[in-house]
Design a protein around this ligand. Sequence first.
Ligand code: PEP
Ligand code: MG
Length: 831
Amino acid sequence: MLSIEFFCPLPNGLHARPAWALKEQCSAWRSDIRFINKRLNTHADGKSSLALISTGTLFNDSCVLEISGSDEEQARRALELYINSAFIDSDSIPSGDAPHVAHPLPRSLVRLNPQLHHAITLASGIGVGTLRGWQSDNLQRYRQNPASPEDITRLEHSLATLAEQLNLRLRGLGGESKTIISAHLSLIQDDEFGGNIRRLMNEERLSLAEAVIRNMEQICNKLSHSASDYLRERVSDIRDITEQLLSITWPELQPASAFIMTEPTILVAEDLTPSQFLSLDTRHLKGMVLEKTGRTSHTLILARAASIPVLSGLTVASLEPFTGKPVILDGVCSVLVMEPNEAVHHYYSVAQRLADIRHQQQIKDASLPALTRDNVPVDIAANIGSALEAPGAFACGAQGVGLFRTEMLYMDRDKAPDEQEQFEAYQQVLLSAVGKPVIFRTMDIGGDKQIPYLNIPQEENPFLGYRAVRIYPEFVHLFRTQLRAILRAGASGNARLMIPMVHSLDQILWVKQELQKVREELASQGLRHTSHLPLGIMVEVPSVCFIIDHFCDEVDFFSIGSNDMTQYLYAVDRNNPRVSPLYNPITPSFLRMVRQIVTAAHRRGKWVGICGELGGERRYLPLLLGLGIDEFSMSGPRIPAVKAQLRVLENDACRELAEKACECRSAEEIETLLGDFTPEEPSRPLLALETIVFNEPLTSKEQVLQFLCGNLAIQGRTENPLELEEDLWQREEIVTTAVGFGVAIPHTKSQWIRHSSISIARLEKPIDWESDMGDVGLVIMLTLGTQEGINHVKVFSQLARKLVNKAFREALFAADSPHSLLELLNAEISF
Ligand code: PEP
Ligand code: MG
């Protein structure tokens, strides 16, 4: 028998894709191949991907492949090559997810043996709550139907009606739909299905509703524990027919609109419409797992604005067995943690504490002006969907509203808001802006924002259809009402007007005529309104880019709607997950297009903003800034981080970068360019007040390393706290860093540290450092950059020498504030 020993190189662990790829490699050989995870002592047949997944292998786990058989020598060579070179590629995240770089899972979490489901982050953050399916609990309302003597007859009647309906639907169907409906039909005709409901009613004396639901729960429970993907996925079919059966029996209970939450909840759904999201009580909503939503769907945009973290990449069916169980949604590490144990909860309270500190810090920074390091001012504004969001956005440091999606006012109701209602909402925003500019985008109805009361017929391609400015001539009354409300509200502040989805000059000429008519009307009625309402257009249809000069004669500003522009430029549906890897605005073509828009507009003295999601991606800020974008508008919670990022950028360096990026030949080349672009920063002292942590409630080694690395990220000393932590743990594995006397000196030389640092944690109570040198009450953590040469050895040996000195040690433990600790160390050690 031959073996290959290796550490799992996959940042996301051995999930479905790499397991499948490894299985393919193993299956090419006659030899028996066993995969062993030494950390967990789990074994699997290398030729079964399901078995490989079930080993629970995570990044850096120590693993072995054991090969025995007639071709073991060739197999070993080929597999070794595969593991060392190509294996890691099978873990890659599709390029559409580029902004969310795959991080290794922090060891401070993995060591606690959490039960993880890997996912894709759509909105970052952490949420703790009970897992609930969007539809699942809606069945509860049926349970109120009491048992009655007619129950058995009603059941037979409902089963027969459902079978009849499914048979009818089957006619004329083909492909997938036919297969699914046939499967449903055979399920309800299965003796087991009806038989079990009858048994529950007869033997357990349950009401019909109760029996139907219990039957579903029993079948789903069995299916969801099956090892077969196929069987597990049948859970949603059982749900589906159960719901149909219930709604046939009690049609009056059918539309269940309200989803009531009474405790912190993580919601799971295939997708939600914006109005479904808006109907949720965000006090209890702590996170969402949306199986099918796109990166820039409006639901997601609303969720980000409400600071609700969102994951995708998990199916509703796979989560069904966890309904009602406690979970933690971790949008930072892109995992859903099932039934967390106490230690895992602690990990997340530390993570939450770090997030709170970061947030407080950002809020403090938010009031600082938005300037680059070389003092070039940039406008940072907020996107809002309702007047209620405005104060929060300003508190985050918005210097204006760059996009008020007014269409949200028209949604989720049965008639359009009248002029007075709109006037009040618009005025409210202008008043809370106290003189800062507010861009009102006129209603962008259509696409994925359907308004039932307008009776616009369903379309094959709603995004290419009748939407936004295109519908205004037909609904001119509605449009004029909105213009009146904006002009009137404009008298109370600094209002601007923006028209969505414009693609030709005649559209804006028509709008201007309407605007003129409305002004005259208001004047003749003696109604107070603004005489100054700068007019702009959204640049979200590619045709506009070629006639910016003509538009400059007619409008005052432009704002690039990168969400739509991306889909129209590449012909990629923004909400279709199957093409989402292609939905990437950071390509040479997109950047060149932005350059062309900005150059043409600036030449004629007009400014250009960006208000799509791209505008709030801090990773791409240097590129967009370098291309000359004047205003960045984003959801409020993103503003502090973007402003902080802005302060480390230099305008000229960004220009140079953007020019280079426009010459790149692929998105990957641009990403590499960006990766190498680290703005120069003034150096920082190794040890400072900001790196000293005093009496935080940290009770384990994991928590200390997690907190200290997280703190370095908050202080801007690392961009990669998780990678840095991983480096520390690797060192820790060689031999413990406890040095006796209650002190530990974890240390690493790492590429992930931007400013070499010494962090200090003075703990409330000594903790176990996995060493026989006793517990530890003082942690001195050295994280030094790779450029430091042998400096780290010097610092380390100086520290060690000093620590041997009893008086010095006692003074360290006796220091009563971060200040005195800092003074003590600075006096004794030359860093
Ligand atoms: C855009 O398309 O980028 C945009 C900001 O508009 P919306 O997302 O509302 O379509
Ligand atoms: Mg748009």
